[in-house]
Ligand binder design. Sequence first.
Ligand code: F6P
Length: 366
Amino acid sequence: MVKRIGVLTSGGDCAGLNAAIRAIVLHADSHGWEVIGIEDGTQGLLDRPVRARRLLPDEFDGILLRRAGTILGTVSHGDPFAYPMPDGSIVDQSGRMIDGMRELAIEALICIGGDGSFRILDRLCRQAGMPLVGVPKTIDNDVYGTDAAIGFNTAVEVAVEALDRLQPTAQSHDRVMVLEVMGRDAGHIAIHAAVAGGADICLIPEIPYDFGKVAEKLLAVKASGRSFALVVVAEAVKTDEGKPIAHRKPDGGIRYGGIGQWLAERIEAEVGIDCRVTVLGHVQRGAEPIAVDRVVASALGVHAVDLIASGRTGTVAVWSRRSVGELPIPEVVGRTRPVEVDDILVRTALGLGIYVGETGGGCTSP
Ligand code: F6P
C-alpha cells in the first residue's frame, strides 16, 4: 500500500504546472497519501541536504491553480548519468540521486515533464526500483500519444493575442509583421496560431518552403488591395538554403532564435515591403494558464495518482479524445510528434489560403 509519493517538475516551465501539482496533491490526499515535492527537478535529489518538502492540500487554496511557473522550480540541464561538474568533468550522479530518493522514503514518483525528462527519469527509476508515472507538459506539444501537453494551449493563446495586436499596427503602417514563435522542432504552436490569428504565411520546420512562393504570396496580398500581411515562423525553421539559425549552448544543446529576423530582411530586400519582427520567446511560457490547460493539467494529475493506486506505473498519463489514458514510457520516449503534412491544421490553413510551404513535396523530419 502506497503511503508517500514524490512529485517533480522537469524541463522548461509552462502554464499549468501548478494546476497539475495541485491535482496530484488533492487526489493523493483523498487516498490518505503524503506528497513530497522535490525542488528544481532532479537537482533537488542531488543536493545535500536533499531539497524537498511536504506539500499539503491547504497550500492549494485557490491561487496556485491560476499561477504560471512551477512552485517546485525546474531545471532543463544536468543528465544524472552524465552530469557536468564545475571542474568540467562529466560524472555519473545517478547513484547519488537514487540515494536522495531513498532518503525521502517515497514509494512512487510522478514526473511532470517532456520526453527528455521521461527518458532520464525512466532510466533512473528503473535503476532505483522506483515506480514512475509521467505527466506530459511542454508548450511544443511534441510528446507522442497526447493530443495536448500541459502548457501548449496557453502558448497558442499568447501567440494569437500577439497576432491580434500586430494586425492593427501592421495595417496602420502598411507593413508585413513577422512573428517568430517557439516550439523547437515542432510547428504546432505556429500552425495553430496562424489559423486562429489570421496569418497569410506560416512556416514550420516539418514542411519545406520556397522563398519565391513567400514573396509571391505577399505580392498577391498587396495586389488584392490589402496593405498589410501577417507571417508566423516557427523558431526551428531553416533558411531556404537549409541552414539552421541557432546557437550552441554551453552544455552542447541548441538554442533557436533568429529566423524571424532573417526572413524579414529577405522580405524587405527582395519583395520591397516594409517589415518588422516580433520574437515572442518565453512570454509563451509565463502566462496564466487558460481554462483548457487547467482542465488538462487537473485531469492528468488526477489520472497519474490513479495510475499509481492501480499499479499501472512505468507509464505516461495522456490526454486523448477528451479523455485520459496511459502509454508505456518507452513507447512515448521512442517517438516524436511532429506536425504531419495531412494534419487537420495544415489542411485548414491550406483551405484558408495560408502559404504553409511546399506540402506537395511531403513532410520532412527536422
Ligand atoms: O521546449 C520548450 C521551449 O520553450 C522551446 O519551445 C524553446 O526552444 C526552449 O524551450 C527554450 O528553452 P530555454 O528555457 O532553455 O531557453
